[in-house]
Design a protein around this ligand. Sequence first.
Ligand SMILES: [Zn+2]
Ligand SMILES: [Zn+2]
Length: 449
Amino acid sequence: MKGCFEMFMFLGIISVLAFLVFTGMSIKSIFRPKLRNKKLYVALPLTFIMFCTFAFLDGGNDKTVNTTNKQVASKVEEKKAAILPVVAKPTTVKKEATLALGELKVHYIDVGQADSILVQQGTQNMLIDAGNNADDKLVVDYLNKQGVKKIDVLIGTHTDEDHIGGLDTVIKTFDIGKIYMPKAVSTTDTFKDVILAIKAKNMKISVPKVGEIFKIGNSECTIIAPNALTYGNDNNYSIITKLKFGNKSFIFMGDAEDISEGQILAKQLDISADVIKIGHHGSDTSTTQEFLDAVNPKYAVISVGKGNSYGHPTQLVMDRLKAKNIEVYRTDENGTVIATSNGEDISFNVKPASYNGFEEKVAVKNEATVVSKSVVVVVPKTVVKPTPKPSVKPKQTNSSVMVWLSATGTKYHSINNCGRMNPDNARQITLEEAKSGGYSPCSKCSPPQ
Ligand SMILES: [Zn+2]
Ligand SMILES: [Zn+2]
């Protein structure tokens, strides 16, 4: 209630002053008995009662003070101004608590069979991937609609077109803070366009280090992968980030597959998260049971194109999500998915989607059938697995894939610090050499076989 505090203070001080004056007089009267005045003994307790009454009214019920003391308040208004020129208003502690973190928005933009994720917190923005080449206008328009002027952190998870396709246009259009890309090259025009766009801005690519932390507003992002220098597959180079906002966490998997997941598990990195962006569009090459158990999410988001030719997402992955009662959001059914959080809760702009996936294609003699929700597609017998993404790199053979050996062990590893391995004593050899040397693959870090 406005003015109540000042009034209380004023009356309180008057009471205290009166109390002091009367006390002084009482003491005086003790030493000079002639002046003893009975009135003093009445005035003293009265002063106390007055003070206590105001204290009680103010603390107990503001409305009572308001109605019963309005006249008193108006009468003392002028005096109050003179006696109490500066009385600080009590600041509400509650307000400070609710100021807290603000709002986090994670937009899983519908770019069909591709990835593009916009993270917004406070005045800062992060963009993870920018869809296919043909999605560049869509992504730029979407960012403009969200009022994005600067992308503080831009991540190109790996060199595949469905992730860095629109990156060059994004770099040309927006003010960019920092660009993270894995230490991997590609011979594609898409990759060259991205490099040219970065050079044209006189910028440099930052190679992420596992454990590195950066902030987007009040949220904190940690780099989780890649954990090796070389992989036999583009997807495993994917930069994985975990974002923490208050008590809620999000993990963004890019297209990382089981090998990268195994390395993360072997390193025992903290990957627990409330929301997971499922790796590799729901392919069965990613989201192993062990990895999903370690993340233990409540929600999963899949960025995937309607009726795509890759058989994504697979029923195997959808069944794993369903078994753990994980709510699924997917761009092929929901369109753009937006998660909003205050650090304590997470809400979505759409209702959870289905657990419908593509049955794994089984190799048969003459033809393989792909069963989707309603369509049965007959594909030629040469295709026995979901069509692999057109690889932009010359296929790596065992002679170019590198693995790690410990000083004494009989296993080969995909990382130099798996389990109790001492990275200082570890050495790298080719997969071919490891195999011919009688080494067997480690079961923990899933090295190439
Ligand atoms: Zn990929
Ligand atoms: Zn992809």
